[in-house]
Ligand binder design. Structure first.
Ligand code: ZN
Length: 498
């Protein structure tokens, strides 16, 4: 059977499951060392290898976590994937016990090779955090020696003070620049394909995992994510490149801008509790009916975001066909039915070898509660929030989750992990792999759910039992307690016993 076929049909895993405990697997897996078992990956930032040493980190994740794949955070300016613990949260039981607030900067933790960045203005992205250290060159040989696979994670999360960023960042309703990089800007697109090509040509890695958690203008206006405040006047992007692309798509640029101005007025009035005579939802829906450019403009953002993903995938495959590309599918995809409608798994599956579907269940509780409170303060303001939560649970096909006031402390269940995994698998229709992202120690509020070994074991087991091709332990090793990591490893090993 061809390798891909072998993996997709699950025949390899079924054969292994039938073969018995992990201890007996060495001979069985010899012919298919990485594909026969489900992939068990972990996200690790550069600072952990600096703090603890590559050998020690790799030993720990392999022995305790049963990890076979490292997703090495190679490019980001964000603290979600890079840096030590988020300032203000307790450190786990390993690594340096001191905040890196003053030394954290971010950027490219590998060595950028200038020939790949000729067509972009974003040339000075080398991360200064660890001097001349090249994290990929450092970790790769040690990982290979242990038979581990290595992917470079890259994230669309820039700092505004990086040279060139101001010229290529988005333009809001008032013409102010700021926020993220404009995804229609040729120099931005050239940066992502250049970076992916650089990493794949310069290092003997297994592929790329691409992160882009940015929302389109509609969700930004509504504040309909879990992690944002409602800033309806800061919606983007109305730059000249977007104007050109709008024209190509037959969208009236001016009407799109006016539509978002109307939406901004609606949101601000709703936040003030000025109820329209027909109610909040009807008024919102009427806006969409009268200004269809609002939806068209939002779709343009998604199209540009997915175009970048497709271009990164094509660039990587041009280096070598066997290299793999995965996309991180952000958490809001779990909570928000409007967002879900704009993320077709069937479509994403044509652009990736695997999808890392976020199913973070511990922090999921407080994040989902935030989403309900945001949505319940504007478009759904007429609905009591507890009822809105129940209604939304039905829309999302969630099972029996906690009440709104208890959601943060209860977190979401392992059943949620299972349902979201199954939905993704049904959506991709076998066209790519699904690797759910498992929450281990993602920082939450003081009284919110924290990862425990029992929760971690249950979440990993739920994902694998639902049919996932493996898991990715998230967000980063420098947040995880070793007992939780070991629980994830136990679940992975137990799943092989069937
Ligand atoms: Zn733009």
């Amino acid at each position: 059977m061809p390798r891909r076929e072998f993996f997709k049909t699950g025949a390899g895993f079924a054969a292994l499951a039938a073969a018995g405990p992990l201890a007996n697997l060495a001979s069985v897996t010899a012919a298919e060392p990485t594909r026969a078992r489900k992939s068990n990956g972990i996200q690790v930032g550069a600072v952990s290898f600096v703090d603890e040493g590559a050998d020690r980190v790799l030993d720990l994740v392999q022995e305790r976590g049963a990890v076979d794949t490292i997703y090495l955070t190679t490019f980001t300016y964000g603290r979600g994937l890079a840096g030590r613990q988020i300032p203000g949260h307790p450190f786990p039981d390993h690594g340096a016990q001191e905040s890196d607030e003053k030394t954290f900067h971010g950027g490219n933790y590998a060595t950028p090779h200038p020939e790949f960045y000729r067509d972009t203005v974003l040339k000075q992205t080398r991360a200064p955090d660890h001097g001349d250290l090249d994290i990929v060159a450092t970790v790769l040989p040690a990982a290979r020696k242990r038979g581990l696979r290595v992917f470079c994670s890259i994230e669309d999360a820039f700092r505004s003070d990086v040279p060139g960023v101001k010229e290529v960042s988005e333009v809001d309703l008032q013409g102010r620049r700021g926020g993220g990089l404009c995804l229609c800007h040729p120099a931005v697109r050239a940066f992502w394909t250049g970076l992916a090509t650089d990493l794949c040509r310069s290092y003997d890695i297994d592929g790329i995992l691409f992160f882009n958690e940015r929302n389109g203008p509609l969700l930004n206006a509504l504040g309909a994510s879990h992690a944002q405040s409602i800033a309806s006047s800061r919606v983007t992007c109305f730059c000249e490149h977007h104007q050109r692309v709008a024209k190509e798509h037959g969208i009236d640029f001016e009407r799109a801008r006016q539509g978002y101005q109307k939406l901004d007025q609606f949101i601000q009035a709703a936040l003030d509790g000025q109820r329209p005579s027909d109610g909040y939802f009807v008024e919102f829906w009427r806006l969409l009916v009268e200004w269809p450019e609002i939806i068209a403009w939002d779709r343009l953002f998604d199209a540009a975001k997915h175009q970048v993903l497709a271009e990164v995938n094509a660039a990587v495959k041009r280096v070598r066909l066997g290299l793999q590309v995965g996309f991180h599918i952000e958490h809001v995809n779990s909570f928000n039915p409007i967002f879900r409608a704009a993320r077709s798994y069937a479509d994403l599956a044509t652009k990736a070898d695997f999808l890392k579907v976020v199913v973070y269940n511990n922090c999921g509780g407080e994040r989902y509660a935030n989403f309900i409170r945001n949505a319940g303060s504007t478009v759904f303001r007429d609905v009591p929030k507890e009822e809105l939560l129940r209604f939304n649970n039905h829309l999302l096909n969630y099972g029996d989750e906690a009440k709104l006031d208890d959601l943060a402390s209860a977190g979401l269940s392992a059943d949620y992990v299972s349902r979201e995994t199954q939905r993704a698998l049904a959506g991709v229709q076998g066209k790519c792999q699904v690797l759910p992202g498992i929450d281990i120690g993602i920082p939450t509020g003081k009284n919110s759910r924290k990862a425990s070994p029992e929760d971690t074991y249950a979440a990993v087991t739920a994902a694998l039992k639902a049919g996932a091709h493996g898991v990715i332990l998230s967000r980063k090793y420098s947040e995880m307690r070793l007992g939780n990591l070991a629980a994830a490893g136990r679940a992975a090993r137990d799943s092989l016993k069937g």
